[in-house]
Structures are given as C-alpha cells and as structure tokens.
Design a protein around this ligand. Structure first.
Ligand code: ATP
Length: 359
C-alpha cells in the first residue's frame, strides 16, 4: 500500500467541479508535483490533503489510516504557501518555533531544533531577524523551516517559488530538492511552471480540468506524452493536426503533406490526431532529402538567439510556422527569407489521439 492514497476524489463547489474523480498513490519519500494551468484543481487537491477542504466524494488514506474528515491541525502535514505567510511580529526563530510551542515541546529541544533548521535552510545567522528584514527568498526559507519543524509526515508546497525572481527561484528550487532528499520527506508540490516540475519531481501529475491527464516520471512526461494536452503543456512543441492514413506503416496526412511516424499500435486509419515534434528534434537542410524520414519545405521568418541555442521560425504554409532549435554555430548559415527544408525522424513524432472535444 502507498503512503498517501487519494481514492476517487471529487470536489464540487456549488455546481462547478474543481476536482473530478482523481485517484493518486504517493510513496513514502516521493516528490510528486501537481502541474497544470490555472484553475485545473491543483490547489484544491492540496487543500483536501491538508484538511482545509473536505472532498465531496472519495477518501484519503495516510499510512493506512483514513484521514478524509480529520481536522487540519490533527494531520501530520507541513505546508508552505506562495505568500510565505510568516507572522510579521515574530522573529525568524520564533516563526520556526511556533508549531513546536503548540506541541508543548521542551524549551531546549525547541532551541536546538531551531538552530538545526536555520542551518538546514542556510540562514544560521538570521534567526533574530523579523520577516521585513529578510528578502523574499529568505522568508520562504524560513517558511520551509517552520513547516519542517513539526516533523510532518508530508510536506505540502503550494507554488512556493512563484513570488520570487528568476535567479532566487532556481537556487531555492535546488535547495528544496536537496532538503527533501536529505530528510527523505514525502512532498507534494503544486505549480504551473513546467520547468520547476521537470527539475524537482520524482513523478508529475499533469492536470487539466480537474483530472489527471498523465502521471509519470518527468522524462516520460516530456518524451512520451500520453495525451495531446500533456504533449503541448509540457515543453516547447510544434503541433500538426492530421489524420492517420496507415497505422501499420506509420503514415499520417497533414493537409497536403504525408508525415512518416512510428507504426501506431493504439490508433486506426482515419483517426484524428495531433502530431507533436519538439524543436530540438528538427534539423535544417538546404536540399530536399527524406533520409531522415520527413522533410518539409519552408522559409526562415525569424531567428532568435536564446543563449544555449538559436531558435528559427520557419513558415511552411500560410497557417503554419515551425520552430527549430539549432546549435549557435550553425545559426549564422541561416538568414531571414532563406528557403530551407526541415528534417525530422519518424520517432521524433509523438502522435496523440485528438478527441472531438479537444480545442
Ligand atoms: P491556480 O494555479 O490558479 O491556483 P488551481 O489549479 O490551483 O489554480 P484551484 O484553486 O484548485 O485551481 O481551483 C479549481 C477550480 O475550483 C477553479 O475553477 C476555482 O475557481 C474553483 N474553486 C476553488 N476554490 C473554490 C471555492 N472555495 N469556492 C468556489 N470555487 C472554488
């Protein structure tokens, strides 16, 4: 049995459904991220685990015990919010000590533990400062220490890095992962930032409209997306709407063009599909050759230097522009207005079924 189990959880607010029949198992020590666009139900799931909301249907088991209706303050959870939520009139140390004081822990234990936690979050010298004397990143470290102080069985993090600037976000993200691994803490993290999810998680639950679209390791979410939504929400992508021509031969029709894809086992002729190709899987050629499986002709419209690579925007017809990421050394060869061929292998094409309801 998993450490934390959510079984057939739904949450309705009046007539609207925030969470729609979700079943999730989280292992002890696992870092699971709920990733999805605004309003897909991520925070509602976290709040049900924390005990701030009660599911309309379904139950939650922690370590084999049903905690579905247990009060929030009786659950062994630590929570970190986007807004830090530190007590402004208390020093960093007093904030960290807060939960331990409520637990009536001995004074010398609290003192020792505060020092340990300040050290753990890299703020050993700042225990006496008040929140307004700390930067946003430092306040969030204190909030993390405060959540860990009560030795929770599960750490819940709701977009904890969203309010921070890019540099601090990356360094604190690495710190969160280091601390979680060091403590072997079970963690559930909510974000709409795919890079954060990919870099932090053991597994990601990609969510849309109250449902989990795919639950998988980050590498699989990126390389083997199972739904059109997961393929387009995570990572940059080129998307072609098409129709399966031959599933056995791996052939799809996209407008006037035929694209070679890997043989399709789950799809049939005439199925509507979305074909997704990552920009780093496309190479540019100056002449038409199908050695690589697919070759589309187009004209370079835009060239953007992005640091580690250069992104080319290539127009292939009136409605379609394809992006291709190429090494900077090659970029100088390609100029705006130049005709080129985009080559990509059948294996680079992720072919996803397109439901009639997919926008
Ligand atoms: P965000 O990233 O914007 O925080 P989210 O994925 O965390 O979004 P939730 O906050 O879980 O989404 O909200 C899911 C849906 O439930 C939304 O449509 C939201 O408006 C609705 N909702 C959430 N809380 C309540 C509430 N207390 N009363 C009514 N509707 C609510």
């Amino acid at each position: 049995m998993a450490f934390l189990e959510l079984t057939n959880i739904s949450k309705h607010f009046g007539r609207s459904t925030a969470v729609n029949d979700i079943t999730l198992s989280i292992n002890q020590g696992e870092f699971l991220t709920l990733l999805g666009p605004s309003g897909c139900g991520k925070t509602t799931i976290l709040r049900m685990i924390a005990g701030f909301e009660t599911p309309t249907i379904g139950n939650i088991l922690l370590d084999g015990e049903d905690i579905t209706y247990r009060a929030a303050n009786k659950r062994p959870m630590g929570m970190v919010f986007q807004s830090y939520a530190l007590f402004p009139h208390m020093t960093a140390e007093q904030n960290i000590a807060f939960g331990m004081n409520i637990q009536r822990q001995p004074k010398d234990y609290i003192k020792r533990r505060c020092a340990e936690l300040l050290e753990l979050v890299g703020l050993a010298e700042m225990g006496r400062r008040y929140p307004h004397q700390l930067s946003g990143g430092q306040q969030q470290r204190i909030a993390l220490a405060r959540a860990l102080a009560v030795e929770p069985k599960v750490l819940l993090l709701d977009e904890p890095l969203s309010a921070l600037d890019a540099k601090v976000r990356i360094s604190l993200r690495n710190e969160i992962r280091r601390i979680q691994q060091q403590l072997k803490m079970t963690a559930i993290y909510v974000t709409h930032d795919q890079e954060e999810a990919l870099s932090l998680s053991d597994r990601i639950a990609v969510m849309a409209k109250g449902k989990v679209e795919q639950l998988d390791a980050p590498e699989n979410i990126y390389s083997h997306p199972q739904t059109a939504f997961a393929a387009t929400f995570v990572g940059n992508s080129n998307q072609f709407r098409g129709v399966v021509e031959s599933a056995v031969d791996g052939l799809c029709r996209v407008g006037e063009q035929a694209l070679r894809v890997s043989p399709l086992t789950q799809l049939h002729s005439n199925d509507n599909v979305l074909i997704v190709v990552r920009p780093e899987d496309i190479t540019l050629q100056s002449e038409h050759t199908q050695d690589n499986g697919n070759s589309l002709s187009g004209t370079i419209e835009l060239r953007t230097f992005l640091g580690p690579f250069t992104r080319l925007h290539v127009r292939i017809d009136a409605d379609t522009t394809v992006i291709a990421d190429i090494p900077n050394q090659q970029a100088a060869t390609y100029t705006i207005g130049m005709p080129v061929f985009l080559a990509f292998a059948p294996q680079a094409c992720k072919v996803l079924p397109l439901a009639s309801t997919d926008a």
